[in-house]
Design a protein around this ligand. Structure first.
Ligand SMILES: *Cc1c(COP(=O)(O)O)cnc(C)c1O
Length: 387
């Protein structure tokens, strides 16, 4: 079976993890701050807060931005459910902005229209969460301009996009957002098993996220609410937080993987270029790549328009599966999940997202995919059209 994605673990990665296993600290040791510094420096951000997964990163990002009961958070429907759940964790309501059919990222035009309508009825969002689908950055400059006009904060869900670039700068520099979050799940670009990170240039947001990550506890005397009394009193819980910490074992893996990030992304780009070339003369459509962006290619979806292909998504999916290629769909529009339908969302809410859902499949792309495996995938795809 050829999967759509998988991790790439080297002997060096293993050695780094083993070193931590033999050391004094399995968690709350020196590896976590080192991993944070490596990611912050790679992205050009000033602060990084490592957490146990990207879902936790989204949650503490929303909390740090003050999202709570009665607030509104907007995201795209073509994402993993975690981009929306973070708002619900905070007691906020969630809403969805349709995608642009060419990149399948959140449509800036739809966002602008929806904001104008929301303003008229006093229902503007507190936070908007654009998702860099497949590793291609959203049009952050335009979304940032709208945030200035309408007064909302921005969390970039860059779970797919570490190693990607926007306007020549690494994704995660937060030039056009408050916070950017990354995922280190094994299918993503680099992995820590489970893991995530929130980066920001705002020291106050970083401080809050550090507190939310670890029970709302601080050991910084300046942040303590009860004055020190001379007793031994070295930490205080000053708000309600969580145990969202990353372990040193995971951070060691992450730090080791960071040294190969550029290589991973280059290999993914080469695979994408080969799919582009080989599928150019087929009726399969690909996502448009904008001039301003350089994708990290977490995913490589194709769109199967049955009118043009003579086959539908299900037929191509089944054919690939029969030939040992386990592709996937990313994603079912989040609001079509039963949990969100129960909030009142229904079929047809975001028409472009629903069309994508009916047409897309993600082809295998990962750094250890061999050229002959990719050629096999391409061959089977061509066959799928002709059977
Ligand atoms: C994977 C993913 C997440 C969640 O990441 P975890 O690290 O598994 O919590 C969130 N958003 C998107 C877009 C993702 O792809």
């Amino acid at each position: 079976m050829i999967p759509y994605g998988r991790q790439d673990i080297s002997q060096d990665d293993i050695d780094h993890v083993v070193q931590v296993l033999r050391s004094d600290f399995l968690t709350q040791g020196p590896m976590v701050p080192q991993f944070e510094a490596a990611v912050a420096s790679y992205c050009g951000a000033t602060h990084a807060v490592a957490v146990c997964n990207a879902t936790a990163a989204l949650h503490i990002a929303c909390l740090a931005l003050g999202v709570s009961h009665g607030d509104r958070v907007w995201t795209t429907p073509i994402t993993f459910v975690a981009s929306a759940n973070c708002a619900v964790y905070c007691g906020a309501s969630i809403d969805f902005v349709d995608i642009d059919p060419s990149t399948c990222n959140m449509s800036v035009a739809s966002l602008a229209e929806k904001l104008a309508r929301a303003k008229a009825v006093g229902a503007l969002p507190k936070v908007v969460i654009p998702v860099h689908l497949c590793g291609q950055s959203c049009d952050m400059k335009a979304i940032h301009a709208l945030s200035q006009e309408f007064g909302f904060s921005i969390v970039e869900d860059a779970s797919h996009a570490i190693g990607g670039r926007y306007l020549g700068m690494p994704v995660g520099g937060c030039q056009y957002s408050d916070i950017t979050i990354f995922s280190f799940h094994p299918v993503k670009i680099i992995t820590t098993g489970e893991g995530g990170m929130a980066v920001t240039n705002n020291p106050e947001l970083a401080r809050l996220m550090q507190q939310y990550r670890s029970h709302g506890i601080t050991s910084n005397p300046d942040e303590m609410l009860i004055p020190e009394t001379g007793e031994v009193w070295n930490y205080q819980q000053i708000r309600l937080g969580y145990n969202y910490r990353l372990t040193d074992i995971q951070a060691a893996l992450g730090l080791s993987q960071m040294t190969r990030l550029n290589e991973f992304v280059q290999t993914r780009r080469n695979i994408a270029t080969e799919y582009d070339r080989a599928l150019a003369c087929t009726p399969f459509a690909k996502l448009e790549q904008l001039e301003d962006t350089c994708s990290s290619y977490h995913l490589y979806p194709i769109r199967i328009d049955p009118q043009r292909c003579g086959k539908n998504q299900r037929q191509v999916y089944n054919f690939l599966l029969k030939q040992g290629i386990r592709v996937n769909l990313h994603y079912i529009p989040v609001y079509r999940q039963p949990f969100f339908e129960a909030m009142g969302f229904s079929v047809g809410y975001c028409p472009e997202a629903e069309r994508y859902y009916r047409e897309a499949i993600s082809l295998p792309i990962y750094s250890s995919l061999k050229p002959e495996q990719q050629q096999y995938v391409i061959e089977v795809l061509r066959e799928a059209l002709s059977v």
